[in-house]
Design a protein around this ligand. Structure first.
Ligand code: NAD
Length: 491
């Protein structure tokens, strides 16, 4: 039976104004399992206006920061009671392992508690102007309506890093999930409804890039666009904000390098690299998809990695014994197959994988390793967002750094070596928003993430992210009691 989700606008569940819906397929079965309203431009306009009204007039804007913080902590409690529902929706919609969606959803509880606790710690400043004044104050105020756009992977997690700091700082939100997988974010609106968040403060609109996405990011009442997705989409969103001059953060893709020096602990390397590229079927912005191996360990690491890769169990993402589920979309698998074939024809050597893992249904794709003599292959230059690892050889530290730097992306990276000074030099030399030494994928909501270059700009996570959802206002107060002086007499 198809699950019929609704949008959440101004505190109420609703259909699209023209009644149209779109469907979502389960990547493990290729069958329709859910449908969503296809938002019209009028629906998006209504959602933004509701958010704007809630920002200006509603109880939200009159609440103390401490009260706002308590609302976020109520959201955390409601998530606790809905972990299974939210995780199941995300797994069915995207093919991500249920074990992982459960873990990520439980982790959200801490994220909302964390930002709830920060709500009343957004403090202003009083610069030292002297006892005669003026009294000068810097207060930090919310921006207004935030348009949050998330992709289909880790959507609740990525949405939380926008929703939690934005609400804690006193903003209101219109959130658009991906049309490829809208279930988990839409189900999350139930958490909001139960937590007693005032009407209009949080809204979800579902639909396609156009009109839903474009109407949202260009809406005159939107003050900030918080976007996570691909670079090509970012190239459409940036010009759209010429209409409203909204502030923006762009969390985009990656092509992250993992450098392995001869002196590395190879057991850690094999597990670290496997998690870097094959966890979440490689559908991760931080995936370590370029493996740079030094001459002395090249053959041994490759042999051990291939053995480990062949042990990966691919199948039903709800099964506890499965390591890798399907890719989220057919489009995704088609693109990976095309770029892989193109690179092989140009001389890249397939070492393992490259096929559909023997499944006749579901968008499964094997964990794949490809040796590349240079980085001039399309699988090395482009983010594949799938389980494909390119392996490149190097001899010296300088070569490793030059190869690692040779990418338009700069999202993450890793290095394995027992020589800490060398590992640290390497970490500092490679542009990235996040870097791991002798590990990979370890994360915490207290740490910033984001990229540079084609990986975007802005940082989410941690204490500082909350500042991005505020703006400084400078207030001068005449405290001397003196009358305002004649403006044309210079003193
Ligand atoms: P995508 O760019 O196709 O879509 C992302 C979102 O943008 C979706 O909600 C989509 O509907 C919306 N969108 C598309 N066109 C739009 C337009 N013209 N105007 C407004 N909105 C529009 O990305 P995807 O395929 O869903 O996700 C994969 C991408 O996301 C990868 O590149 C991945 O690296 C990136 N990603 C980045 C991070 C990060 O933190 N940096 C995290 C996860 C995923």
């Amino acid at each position: 039976m198809t699950a019929n989700y609704k949008m959440f606008i101004d505190g109420a569940w609703c259909e699209a104004s023209d009644g149209k819906r779109f469907q979502s397929l389960n990547p493990a079965t290729e069958e329709v399992w859910a449908s969503f309203p296809e938002a019209t431009a009028e629906d998006v306009d209504r959602a933004v206006k509701a958010a704007h009204r809630a920002y200006l007039e509603g109880p939200w804007s009159r609440m103390s920061a401490t009260q706002r913080g308590k609302v976020l902590q109520k959201i955390a409690r409601e998530i606790e009671s809905m972990v299974d529902t939210l995780a199941a929706a995300e797994t069915t919609d995207t093919g991500k392992l249920l074990r992982e969606t459960r873990w990520q959803t439980r982790n959200l509880v801490e994220v909302y508690d964390y930002y709830g606790g920060l709500a009343d710690k957004i403090e202003g400043q009083i610069p030292p102007m002297g006892p005669e004044g003026p009294l000068a104050m810097i207060v930090r105020e919310p921006l207004g309506v935030v348009a949050a756009i998330v992709p289909w992977n880790s959507q609740l997690h990525l949405a939380a890093f926008k929703i939690a700091p934005a609400l804690a700082a006193g903003n209101t939100i219109v959130l658009k999930p991906s049309e490829e997988a809208s279930a988990a974010v839409t189900a999350f609106a139930e958490v909001i409804a139960k937590a007693g968040v005032p009407d209009g403060v949080f809204n979800v609109v579902t639909g396609s890039a156009n009109p839903c996405g474009q109407t949202l990011v260009s809406h005159p009442l939107v003050r900030r666009v918080a976007f996570t997705g691909g670079v090509e989409t970012a190239r459409k969103i940036i010009p759209a904000t010429a209409a409203n001059i909204a502030e923006m953060s762009l969390e985009l893709g990656g092509k992250s390098p993992v450098v392995v020096y001869d002196d590395a602990d190879l057991d850690s390397v094999v597990n670290g690299v496997t998690s870097a590229i094959f966890a979440a079927s490689g559908q991760s912005c931080a995936a370590g998809s370029r493996l740079l191996l030094q001459d002395g360990v090249y053959d041994e690491v490759l042999t051990r990695l291939v053995k480990r890769t062949k042990e990966i169990v691919i199948g039903d993402p709800t099964s506890e014994s499965v390591h890798m589920g399907p890719l989220a979309t057919q489009r995704q698998r088609d693109r990976i197959e095309r770029l892989l074939a193109e690179s092989e024809a140009a001389g890249a050597r397939l070492v393992t994988g490259g096929g559909r893992a023997g499944h006749s249904k579901g968008w499964y794709f094997e964990p794949t390793i490809v040796e590349c003599d240079t980085q001039d292959f399309s699988i090395v230059r482009n983010e594949l967002f799938g389980p494909v690892l390119s392996v490149i050889r190097f001899s010296t530290e300088e070569q490793a750094i030059a190869l690692a730097r040779d990418s338009e992306y700069a999202f993450a990276g890793g290095v394995f070596s027992k020589d800490f000074a060398k590992a640290y030099r390497t970490a500092r030399a490679i542009p990235a928003g996040r870097f791991w030494i002798n590990t990979y994928r370890v994360t915490s909501f207290m740490m910033p993430f984001g990229g540079a270059g084609l990986s975007g700009y802005g940082r989410e996570g941690g204490v500082h992210a909350i500042q991005d959802y505020t703006q400084a206002k400078a207030i001068f107060v005449n405290i001397s009691g003196a009358k305002v002086a004649d403006p044309f007499v210079m003193r």
